[in-house]
Design a protein around this ligand. Structure first.
Ligand SMILES: *Cc1c(COP(=O)(O)O)cnc(C)c1O
Length: 354
């Protein structure tokens, strides 16, 4: 069905995405020595330094390449996503790079800064009143416009080349090469689509590394319950967490429990406390899911200390904190929601500062 002109456009589009990646440099791996635990080193893979500010930049690039190489996007295709967050921001960036129209389907009530960020990168917004209808609306818009629904929750796990191609896991190992502990004891990440954990878990097995994968999950999310008991596929709480980007009320197709060695449930107060403590240590704000990751790291570090083990851990700095100035970084906002973050923040500060 694809005409020669469409095929040539697709070649050109893939070339533009590759050229964009070639102009960009890899994200930093930040080393954090723990003054009280000299045998253990913690590393942060800083995904906030992507051009669109989060780890979703990798996902968006992969989803566009996947759609292009499957012949699903042409020069006149409207690209549509169901996302109120970082995925839509990053996809808007790549759609603009390719000169394509991008529409984010978002639930009513989506915070203003997020809508502004999607628009800033050239995306359009389609608001639906019932949050349960975001996906069906995206499907319908795609059908009506002859467009393509990217469908992050379905395609995240298959769009990324888990064997290598400088995926996030391969990049971490390359950056650890000259460290004292180049093969970490643990890699810790969160799960929203589940794409990041699927890529890391598969890569660890493929390369036969001794590293184990831990996923940090909000307390009310269904992911860790499902990991413990596959029969459980729906959460009991309707809203699963205040932490954006991670935790889901139902199991999504891209979540791959079989490659996850361990899951740690983290409540919102611990996530926010860890986020605040880390921001103080780094001198810049990080996002909430980075706090969730760090809290799980603290749990694992304590176990390593108890067992007399040394080694390294790697986790993700998923996004920066500026977008959360009016929420996680607003004491009044937290107080109204009864989030007791101060005590967990003190515990993490003690770990980071000795
Ligand atoms: C999406 C997201 C995650 C989780 O990554 P997945 O690969 O989708 O599982 C974590 N933190 C933030 C801020 C995110 O946007």
């Amino acid at each position: 069905m694809a005409t020669e002109a469409v095929r040539l456009w697709q070649d050109q589009a893939v070339r533009q995405i590759e050229a964009d990646a070639t102009r960009s440099s890899d994200t930093h791996l930040i080393r954090l020595d723990l003054p009280g635990e000299p045998a253990i080193t913690l590393y942060l893979k800083d995904e906030s330094s992507h051009p669109t500010g989060s780890l979703k930049h990798r996902l968006a690039r992969s989803l566009f390449l996947y759609a292009l190489c499957n012949g699903l996007i042409g020069p006149d295709t409207h690209v549509i996503e169901a996302s109120s967050g970082s995925t839509a921001v990053s996809e808007a960036y790549f759609a603009r790079l390719l000169g394509l129209k991008f529409i984010a389907v978002v639930p009513a009530g989506t915070a203003r800064p997020k809508i502004d960020a999607i628009r800033f990168h050239g995306g359009d917004i389609h608001i639906v009143n019932d949050p349960r209808e975001v996906c069906s609306t995206a499907h319908r818009l795609a059908a009506e416009t002859g467009g393509h629904f990217m469908d992050q929750f379905t395609n995240a796990e298959r769009a990324t080349d888990w064997r290598g191609n400088n995926n996030i896991a391969e990049s971490m190992f390359a950056q650890l090469a000259a460290e004292d502990h180049p093969v970490p004891r643990w890699i810790v990440c969160g799960a929203g689509t589940g794409g990041t954990s699927a890529t890391i878990g598969r890569f660890l097995r493929y390369r036969q590394h001794a590293t184990r994968l831990c996923v940090a999950d909000p307390t009310d999310s269904v992911f860790h319950r499902h990991h413990a008991d596959p029969e459980i596929t729906e959460a009991t709480a309707p809203r699963c967490s205040l932490i954006e980007g991670i935790g889901r009320p139902r199991i999504e197709p891209s979540f791959m429990p079989s490659v996850i060695d361990r899951m740690v449930a983290v409540d919102d107060a611990a996530s926010i406390g860890a986020m605040r403590a880390l921001s103080d240590r780094l001198g810049r704000r990080v996002g909430g899911s980075t706090g969730t990751n760090l809290w799980a790291c603290a749990t694992l570090i304590e176990e390593m200390v108890q067992a007399g083990e040394g080694g390294s851990l790697v986790t993700l700095l998923c996004d920066g904190g500026d977008r959360y100035a009016a929420s996680y970084y607003d004491d009044e906002w937290l107080h109204v929601r009864k989030i007791a973050w101060q005590e967990p923040a003190m515990q993490i500060t003690a770990l980071l500062n000795g």
